[in-house]
Design a protein around this ligand. Structure first.
Ligand code: SAM
Length: 266
């Protein structure tokens, strides 16, 4: 644990607790979210409430998901009728059935960095429930989210997330915006589900295709797909067997996923 951040709560490293303290950054995030009373807003990891109060004011009602018992208890103690505290691990939340009275959720969070990738992939699967996401992440993760084919950072996360969401970086955030300050740069991204999103089986096949394609980054696609698709099958899909995964377009990954679906359900 690091020293007290507000005189009472000690930031817990295992929960990725870096609390936002810079008002200009807090204000910029709240402005970007631009919540209104007709929105159903869910905050992941409210912590000491840097974003919570502003979101509550703008949305009129708010659901928060917090794993840290002490922090959740503080929020309960406020006894705000418009604030609902869910003390749980967000990775265990079934977003398909969460808050069934709402159709779509606006999800906001200064995310604990240690769970950001599994959480993003989980929300991609549950995209039907998502109106949009505004998330603070390590800059390195945002770089991977927005990377285009051919760049060094283009990888599995880029393909999976871009297949479901339009993604934009909306803010760069330096370490001094947090207490305790993290060692890395951060950034806020906005993710909005695309009009046409792959079905769950298609996403599962895309997961398999990206796992194979990026399995060994130094190997060609011919080698990485050896057990699954032959060289001629790759060529028929207009995929160069001698290419490497990071040079493929999103469309090519979707064609590979389609071929895997056809092979598994002939
Ligand atoms: N929103 C606050 C802020 O901006 O100052 C806190 C952000 S802090 C980076 C991450 C928060 O997520 C902490 O409050 C932490 O306890 C909580 N958290 C960590 N892992 C979690 C999990 N698996 N499920 C829900 N909350 C989690």
């Amino acid at each position: 644990m690091t020293p007290n951040t507000d005189g009472r709560h000690r930031a817990r490293k295992r929960f990725g607790q870096n609390f936002l303290v810079r008002e200009d950054i807090i204000h910029a995030i709240i402005q970007a979210v631009n919540a209104t009373p007709s929105d159903r807003v869910v905050e992941i990891g409210p912590g000491l409430g840097a974003l919570t109060d502003h979101l509550l004011k703008a949305a009129g009602a708010l659901d928060v998901i917090e794993i840290d018992r002490d922090l959740a208890a503080r929020l309960y103690q406020r006894q705000e009728p418009q604030l609902t505290v869910h003390e749980t691990d967000v990775l265990k939340v079934d977003f398909q059935s969460f808050l069934p009275d709402a159709e779509k959720l606006r999800i906001v969070g200064n995310l604990p960095y240690n769970i950001s990738t599994p959480l993003l992939l989980k929300l991609a699967k549950d995209h039907e429930r998502v109106q949009d996401l505004h998330v603070m992440l390590q800059l390195e993760v945002v770089d991977r989210l927005v990377a285009t084919s051919g760049s060094k950072t283009f990888g599995r996360l880029s393909v999976m997330m871009q297949s479901v969401f339009s993604i934009e970086q909306i803010l760069s955030v330096p370490p001094d915006a947090f207490k305790p300050a993290p060692k890395v740069q951060s950034a806020v991204a906005r993710l909005t589900p695309r009009a046409e999103v792959p079905s769950r089986p298609q996403l599962a096949a895309l997961e398999a295709a990206t796992r194979l394609a990026f399995g060994n980054k130094r190997k060609t696609l011919r080698n990485n797909f050896k057990q699954t698709l032959s060289e001629s099958e790759l060529t028929d899909l207009d995929v160069n067997p001698n290419a490497r995964a990071e040079t493929l377009s999103l469309d090519a990954f979707h064609r590979l996923a389609g071929a895997i679906v056809r092979k598994t359900n002939p």
